[in-house]
Design a protein around this ligand. Structure first.
Ligand code: PGA
Length: 248
């Protein structure tokens, strides 16, 4: 199980220190779950230091929330996958719906970012998910097939790429799909990617994962972990989610 925290645009240095200390005090609760924190870019280095100081630098991995398609160059404000790798990241999230919506990122862009991540030696977490309107129109499977065909990096393997299924309507809303729906969608994603990749890829569920629902969501067939937004900001909740995932 991979339990990944997406801090989004939240957190200052003091929060990184508090998170590291809080996690370190009770890290045993996470059992065998692999923990990953994706803080804002400004906090990656402070978080790495704080985790190391707290003695859990090798227990919690770090990731970026986005990367540019290029290695370097005249792209004011952007961060490259190579830069993330350089400061100790192992993962990067690409194609989060907030990037797709706020920054108009297309499937092509997401694919290019994921390929940059692989080239830089990072594990790409490629996000896909349908909107509420698409769900109402019963287009979920169609939308996901399209997003996957368009955004997955060529050369994706079980080692270098993880898919995150995040229904847009479930993000930050407290709503989640039923466990039956999650099972069906994860099976669909598995079938689509099996068409073009030999490996069985890992699929995370994301969208309002909380300590209260993590046990049932993480027990669903085909769910290999969680991408957690709001609840990952509190170390107690993040640990409780990892504990509820039952990973030994
Ligand atoms: P949430 O966010 O857990 O706050 O719903 C999940 C995400 O956007 O990755």
């Amino acid at each position: 199980m991979l339990i990944a925290g997406n801090w989004k645009m939240n957190g200052l240095s003091a929060d990184a220190e508090a998170q590291a200390k809080g996690l370190a005090a009770d890290i045993g609760r996470a059992g065998g779950a692999k923990l990953l924190i994706c803080p804002p870019a400004t906090l990656i280095a402070p978080m790495a230091r704080a985790l190391a100081d707290a003695g859990i630098g090798d227990r919690v991995a770090l990731g970026g929330q986005d990367c540019h398609t290029a290695e370097k160059g005249a792209h004011t404000g952007d961060v490259s996958a190579w830069m993330l790798k350089d400061i100790g990241c192992s993962h990067v999230i690409v194609g989060h719906s907030e990037r797709r919506i706020d920054h108009g990122e297309s499937d092509d862009t997401v694919k290019a970012k994921a390929e940059a991540a692989l080239e830089a030696g990072l594990i790409a977490i490629v996000c896909v998910g349908e909107t509420e309107a698409q769900r109402q129109a019963e287009e979920t499977e169609l939308v996901l097939s399209h997003q996957l065909r368009g955004s997955m990096p060529s050369g994706a393997t079980r080692e270098n790429t993880v898919i995150a299924y995040e229904p847009v309507w479930a993000i930050g809303t407290g709503l989640t799909p039923s466990t039956e729906d999650v099972a069906a969608v994860h099976a669909h994603i598995g079938t689509v990617v099996a068409d073009f990749f030999p490996d069985e890829l890992r699929i995370l569920y994301g969208g309002s994962v909380k300590p209260e629902n993590a046990g049932s969501l993480m027990a669903v067939d085909g769910v290999d972990g969680a991408l957690v937004g709001g609840a990952s900001l509190k170390f107690e909740d993040f640990l409780a989610i990892a504990e509820a995932s039952g990973a030994r």
